[in-house]
Design a protein around this ligand. Structure first.
Ligand SMILES: Cc1ncc(COP(=O)(O)O)c(C=O)c1O
Length: 382
């Protein structure tokens, strides 16, 4: 983890708004995931933060990739384009999943030659894949409880478990190869029972499929949702891993079963730090308001899209704090970082604030709104 002094020095050198990516932290998170979930191959969810440098670091660690658009596919592909054709093809088959259940037909046409694994969850998609990407491998995305997840995904994607086997058999009847099941328990899931239930639902579907004559599945993709340690209320990852391992060993003991996961936030949240500068200050209704050079249309867009809170800190030591408002740089009223950020009230224009744990779903959804560009990115420990 980089120190406060390093953050401050980098901001002085490069200017603000600054987004610092610490690659040691990415490697540490990847190693932790592998250590505690030894049967699970991690497919980094590129959408979470698609910077090629990050994908490169994870590629070097041995990660696989979950992509959800052709540009994301190409970011991962960039790392292997020099490989001999056969090796490249094997790598794609082994290490890429196109995990967007709904795909434009043009994307399927492009994907077909790479023969990747793709997800689907309905009849229309089966027809589309059969027509435009008949060489892809399929994974049926099922709907599982997202109870208590910060970002709920089950109302947008996933076949109902009751229709799952019909959808597997239909895809097979149309000549497609269904390799397995996938699910997503919702992002930042702190209710670990979601994983337990989802693995149990999957096991039931595997056994129903077998009893109805389909026994060719050997992939279980347990999705994303692994929580980042934003605060002390998040239970340790080790506890979640223990539950997942126990259920996998009980319900999927076959060592030939391939277990995949698509962690995004877990890999990258702690690797990103935002540093901003105070450009304005006012007292409104008795409350101190700071106007900073990054905000809800930029690095702090996770406040809108990802239900984030983004605690910020001053570089000054031991100052008494009060609840302050922190506003972003645009003229829009939505551009609010917080109305209750504990900060010293005597900070001056030109002083810096920092926010740790900002790596996930932040810079990735930054806009150019109001003429303000996304924060400058600096990579450290690459
Ligand atoms: C299909 C899929 N996989 C993986 C992820 C990554 O989830 P997380 O960042 O919660 O690990 C997402 C996030 O929305 C997703 O939609």
């Amino acid at each position: 983890m980089i120190t406060k002094k390093q953050m401050h020095d980098l901001a002085k050198k490069h200017g603000t708004p600054l987004f610092i990516v610490d690659h040691d932290e990415i490697r540490k998170n990847y190693a932790k995931f592998k250590k505690h979930l030894p049967r699970v191959q991690a497919y980094y969810a590129v959408k979470c933060e698609p910077m090629p440098e990050i994908v490169r670091t994870l590629y070097k660690c041995g990660a696989s990739f979950d992509v959800a658009s052709m540009p994301e596919f190409n970011i991962a592909y960039e790392n292997i384009k020099g490989m001999p054709a056969k090796k490249r093809q094997d790598w794609i088959w082994d290490k890429i999943i196109y995990a967007n259940p709904i795909k434009p037909h043009e994307t399927l046409v492009e994907l077909d030659k790479y023969r990747p694994l793709v997800t689907y969850d309905n009849l229309e998609e089966i027809r589309k894949i059969r027509t435009y990407a008949p060489h892809a491998g399929l994974c049926l995305r099922i709907r599982v409880p997202n109870t208590g997840a910060v970002v709920e995904l089950s109302s947008k994607f996933g076949a109902h478990p009751g229709e799952a086997v019909d959808l597997l058999l239909e895809a097979a009847r149309q000549g497609l190869g269904v390799e397995g099941l996938s699910f997503h328990v919702g992002s930042q899931t702190t209710n670990f029972e979601n994983f337990v239930q989802a693995i149990n639902i999957s096991a039931d579907i595997f056994s129903e499929a077998k009893s109805r004559g389909y026994d060719r599945m050997n992939v279980l993709d347990i999705g994303g949702g692994f929580p980042a340690q934003y605060d002390a209320s998040v239970k340790p990852f080790e506890e979640l891993a223990e539950k997942i391992n126990a259920e996998l060993d009980r319900l999927f003991p076959d060592p030939d079963m391939e277990i995949l996961a698509e962690p995004g936030r877990f890999m990258i949240a702690s690797a990103g730090t935002s540093v901003v500068r105070i450009n304005g200050k006012a007292v409104r209704d008795g409350k101190t308001c700071y106007y900073v050079d990054d905000g809800a249309y930029h690095t702090y867009s996770g406040i809108i899209f990802d239900h984030q809170h983004c605690p910020m800190y001053s570089f000054r030591k031991g100052k008494k704090t009060e609840n302050c408002s922190v506003f972003g740089p645009t003229c829009d009223a939505l551009d609010v970082i917080s109305h209750a950020m504990p900060l010293p009230t005597d900070l001056e224009l030109g002083e810096l604030l920092y926010a740790p744990m900002m790596g996930a779903y932040s810079h990735a959804s930054s806009t150019w709104f109001n003429g303000f560009p996304p924060a400058k990115v600096v990579h450290v420990n690459k």
